[in-house]
Design a protein around this ligand. Structure first.
Ligand code: 6GU
Length: 244
């Protein structure tokens, strides 16, 4: 899986991918992340990448030509590359979209700054616009990192066999059950005894119940699309009764 990040601030990407799981994914050759400085594609002497908006108004707009040349260079190497513009005006990112993106082999991620990019960039070069939530960042760089992290961990082999994406929150549209590790007693706060019982069936039931409870209390909006068994529905009834 290849990621080409088009940005005015390539240094922002130096450390996030040098740690832990993503670093190993890169080392193993499963993911490849390049940063491309849009400024290198400005052709004038001062390497200008932004300008004042036609029609007036605040701020600066990223110019079309440097971005066009940068995207065209990547596409000349790989015409199948899919180009995403990170912007608060894009479609909100969710796990379903992350999964779809992980099936592509090459993503170009354009990071906007200032008041955004010249509209012709969007019309001519962008396949898809993505936002990571309803709040405003100073630029698309952090959003690109979020997207790369979420997509990379679904690339086969990136997560070790001990960590499976199948246990994720959102994999089955439920939040996860609570986890504990030693000590069994921390300042009088004990680990639920069922987890120490060795009774795997009881543990599974407890975990399912807690996942359902947590989802009911924190993210009831998720329950309508979750896949629920008859037993799950019964458990939810009990939880609902207790919380009435
Ligand atoms: Cl993709 N960019 C910016 N600048 N702000 C955001 C965003 C993206 N997603 C949420 N807020």
């Amino acid at each position: 899986m290849k990621f080409d990040i088009l940005t005015l601030f390539p240094k922002m990407f130096f450390s996030p991918f040098e740690e832990s799981i993503l670093a190993r994914g890169i080392e193993k050759g499963l993911i490849e992340i390049r940063t491309i400085n849009i400024r290198n594609f400005a052709q004038d002497k001062h390497q200008v990448v932004d300008d004042t908006p036609y029609g007036g108004g605040q701020g600066m707009v990223m110019k079309v030509e440097p971005i066009a040349r940068a995207i065209e260079q990547v596409r000349a190497e790989d015409p199948s590359a899919w180009t995403i513009y990170l912007t608060p005006e894009g479609k909100p990112l969710n796990q379903e979209r992350v999964k779809e993106l992980s099936s592509r082999s090459h993503l170009i991620l354009l990071c906007g700054r200032y008041e955004g990019v010249d509209e012709r960039v969007r019309e001519l070069f962008i396949d898809e616009e993505i936002s990571i939530g309803d709040y405003v960042l100073t630029g698309g760089e952090l959003a690109a990192m979020v997207l790369i992290d979420a997509v990379s961990r679904l690339v086969p082999g990136v997560l070790g066999s001990d960590r499976s994406a199948e246990n994720d929150s959102f994999y089955d549209d439920l939040l996860e059950y609570p986890q504990y590790t030693r000590p069994a007693n921390f300042r009088g706060y004990e680990v639920p005894s069922v987890l120490l019982s060795g009774n795997h069936q009881a543990i599974s039931l407890w975990r399912r119940r807690e996942a359902l409870r947590r989802t009911y209390l924190r993210r009831p909006d998720l329950l309508s699309k979750a896949t629920l068994s008859e037993e799950d529905k019964q458990i939810l009834e009990e939880i609902a009764k207790k919380n009435r």
